[in-house]
Design a protein. Structure first.
Length: 259
């Protein structure tokens, strides 16, 4: 319903996520099964960003990723690795695989460590669980190399999304449940942010938004959508600004974690 209302009001939507346990295609199929009317090209993931970096630098990655996520790295040369890519990989976060990654980093000065993201934790049905961040930092500590991080809250990640949307920061608002990865990351890219009290939200997170322009905290996604639509309507009435090429003054970015 929220997505329908946004589109009905001429507001484009982009779903961005650090979810790395499955591929972009797998995530799209999962959301479709849940009844969400989402096009694949409306999804931008940190795996997408990692693949683009690997291709741009012609790297051969050793991937610490779940099998379901490897679809996004299909077709890449992986023999004789010169890069280690780390995402959320519960099945492979063990001594054998982490040590293999460590040895690649240690014995090859040019081997690059790429973190799909460095989230400390993520939410599962049984509660919060450890994320890939601590494992990335373990490899950094052991190898002495600093990871290149490509997902939220990195500035380049949000700028990549804006380029893909052909949208300006001031035309954009981020809705998310993670104050650091979603809202403060977006704010660093001059994107407005709405923190919602669902999912990863923890009591008191909104205190970190004090004195930040274009940032707010609301109860849920529906309330945020109501506010965005009302703001667009008021802006249109005040400025008489026309819609050009079906793009309006507000572009909404929603992390799939909020759905």
């Amino acid at each position: 319903m929220c997505l329908h209302r946004l589109r009905q009001n001429g507001i484009a939507v982009k779903f961005i996520t650090n979810a790395t346990k499955e591929s972009k295609g797998g995530l799209h199929r999962k959301l479709a099964r849940l009844g969400f009317d989402i096009n694949s090209d409306e999804i931008f993931t940190s795996l997408t960003a990692a693949r683009r970096l690997v291709e741009a630098e012609k790297l051969r990655p050793f991937c610490l990723l779940q099998d379901e996520a490897m679809e996004d790295f299909a077709g890449l040369e992986v023999s004789n690795p010169n890069a280690v890519v780390v995402g959320l990989a519960p099945d492979y976060f063990n001594y054998e695989y982490l040590n293999q990654a460590f040895r690649l980093l240690l014995h090859n000065d040019n081997c690059k460590l790429i973190a799909v993201h460095k989230a400390r934790y993520y939410r599962r049905t049984e509660g919060l669980s450890i994320g890939p961040g601590p494992f990335v930092e373990a490899l950094e500590y052991a190898s002495g190399k600093k990871a290149v991080v490509v997902g939220k809250p990195q500035l380049e990640f949000f700028q990549s999304v804006l380029r893909e949307c052909s949208c300006l920061p001031e035309e954009t608002v981020m809705i998310g449940d993670d104050v650091t990865l979603d809202i403060l990351g977006a704010h660093n890219a001059n994107i407005g942010g709405i923190l919602v009290k669902t999912g990863k939200y923890r009591d008191g997170d909104e205190s970190r938004l004090q004195d930040l322009e274009r940032c707010a905290c609301m109860n849920d996604l529906a309330t945020a959508v109501d506010t965005i639509i009302a703001t667009k309507s008021n802006t249109t009435q005040t400025t008489k600004q026309a819609v050009v090429e079906n793009k309006t003054t507000v572009q909404q970015i929603i992390p799939t974690d909020c759905l």
